[in-house]
Structure formats: structure tokens, C-alpha cells
Design a protein around this ligand. Sequence first.
Ligand SMILES: NC(=O)c1ccc[n+]([C@@H]2O[C@H](COP(=O)([O-])OP(=O)(O)OC[C@H]3O[C@@H](n4cnc5c(N)ncnc54)[C@H](OP(=O)(O)O)[C@@H]3O)[C@@H](O)[C@H]2O)c1
Length: 279
Amino acid sequence: MSNDIYYLNNGYPMPKIGLGVYKITDEEMEVAVHSALEAGYRAFDTAYFYGNEQALGQALRNADIDREDLFITSKLWNDYQGYDSTKAYFNKTLKNLDTDYLDLYLIHWPCEEDGLFIESYKAMEELYEEGKIRAIGVCNFEQHHLETLMNETKVTPAVNQIEVHPYFDQHELQEYCDDKDIAVTAWMPLMRNKGLLVHPTIVNIAKAYDKTPAQIVLRWHLAHNRLVIPKSKNPARIKENYNILDFNLELTDIAEIDSLNKDQRQGKNPNEVQIGTLQ
Ligand SMILES: NC(=O)c1ccc[n+]([C@@H]2O[C@H](COP(=O)([O-])OP(=O)(O)OC[C@H]3O[C@@H](n4cnc5c(N)ncnc54)[C@H](OP(=O)(O)O)[C@@H]3O)[C@@H](O)[C@H]2O)c1
């Protein structure tokens, strides 16, 4: 078993490190994708909402790499939840990416008050059964959202993509997902480089391992059984973020990073996001 692959609950292999492409512009995409593929990435995380599915698809086509060697994730945007709409917007995503299947398709936010995530997921289950998606899952689902979903649907989500970083470690939700065999992918794994990477604890551990702060934080995520999708448009940082598989953190260092937790979310609270909240 390769140490860079996570086997999802249906056995489908997902690279543990992917390139997040939120905020990567169409002009930046070609260089970012080229640099990522050269560094060894095979997984790319986009969303209909990011408006860059077409640019990602084009850059991957230009790279001339076999589709089956890639792992492409996209997400159903809030405004398009609903049974028919999910199928329609899934097809738009396929068209944007110019591919005939997705490796992973996720509900972007639960938008619980709107009451559509179950029927959206049921549409995704059908697409999954038809072979148009290799694995299905969710983003930003808390335990109560997951329980509601799993009570009403058949396929256990393969992935829950949530905000996690050392200041917001989501340990209870992580434990719940581990218990249900739902893989946790960390979004904002580097806390968008807003203060975390200069924290003395992270900087000192980085010095001790002769690694960068970002590499230490990403390795800490992997140590907690998470996948990561750091975003960068910068070729050197793209490479740096991938080169984390040749070392392990000592348990004491993992515990020291764990101790930074403040239960401090940086992004939106999933219970406050409804259809139309985010534009
Ligand atoms: N499901 C969801 O609701 C959701 C929400 C948000 C994000 N996401 C996904 O998660 C991905 C990652 O999250 P994110 O983009 O919010 O935050 P992030 O990956 O934590 O941080 C990205 C920021 O950190 C910088 N950076 C990257 N590597 C660095 C390094 N080695 N050293 C220093 N700075 C570095 C980047 O700048 P440069 O680009 O200039 O290098 C960028 O400003 C997104 O791209 C998206 O795919 C999902």
C-alpha cells in the first residue's frame, strides 16, 4: 500500500494530498496545475462555486495525463440543491471539466434550514450507482447533519470535507467520522497562512525537523488520519506542500501542536450558512 493513498470506505483510492484551487484564477491555473503534476500531485479539489472548473479541466487536458491517473473532486453549490437540480448541475460540472466522470462529488454546505440536502444526496447516490461518480460525500457537515443524512440515505458518505487546522482541530467530529469510516479532508489546512505558520511552536518544530512550518502542519494533519488539500498558486510552495511523505512527527510534537487548539473557527459556521448566504 502506498503511503500517499487513502482508501475510502468503498475501497476507492484517494491521494492524501491534493491541490485546492479555490481562488486560483484562470490565468494562474495552467502554472499551478503544471507545477502540481510535476511535484507529484494527482488530486485536484475544485467546486462549481469557484468558477474555475473549466480552467482546471483545460489545464489537465493540456498536461496530457491519463484521466484514470487523476483524482478530481468537485462540489454541488448551495443554490442548486434539490433532486433535479443536483443532476443538472452535476452535468454542468462534468461539462466544465470536460470529463465523463468525477472521482468525488460533495455537497458543499448542508444548508439544513432549506431542507434539500437529503434529496440532493439521493440524486448523487443515483449518479454514483450509474458509475458517473466514484465516491460521494459532503462538506461542512457536523455530526447532527451526518446523522440525519445517514438515517435517510443508503450510501455512507466517503468524505466529509471540513475546516480543520491547529487552532480548530474538530476533534469530536473527527472521532465521529473515524468511527463511521468517513474520511476527513481538511480545508484551510494552513489556516490561509494567517498567523499559524509563524507560531513559535510550529516554527521550532519545523527547525528541529529541517522542514518548513507548512510541511509540519500538513504532516500533523496526516498524523490525525486526515487528507489535505492545501491551496497555492506558487510553484515553490506547491512543491513544498507535497513533499511531506518522507518524515513522521514524534508523538510529543503531535501533542504539542494539538495543544494549540482554541476551537477557533476562521470560516463560516455550517449552521449559519443557508441557500443564498454565500455569493
Ligand atoms: N468545502 C469547503 O467549504 C471549502 C472551503 C474553503 C476551502 N476549501 C478547499 O480547501 C482548499 C484549501 O483551503 P484554503 O485555500 O482556504 O486555505 P489554505 O490551503 O489553508 O491556505 C492557502 C493560503 O496559504 C498560502 N500558502 C500555501 N502554501 C503555503 C506555504 N507552503 N507557505 C506559506 N503560505 C502558503 C497560499 O498562498 P499562495 O497561493 O500565494 O501560495 C494561500 O494564501 C481550497 O483551495 C479549496 O479547494 C473548501
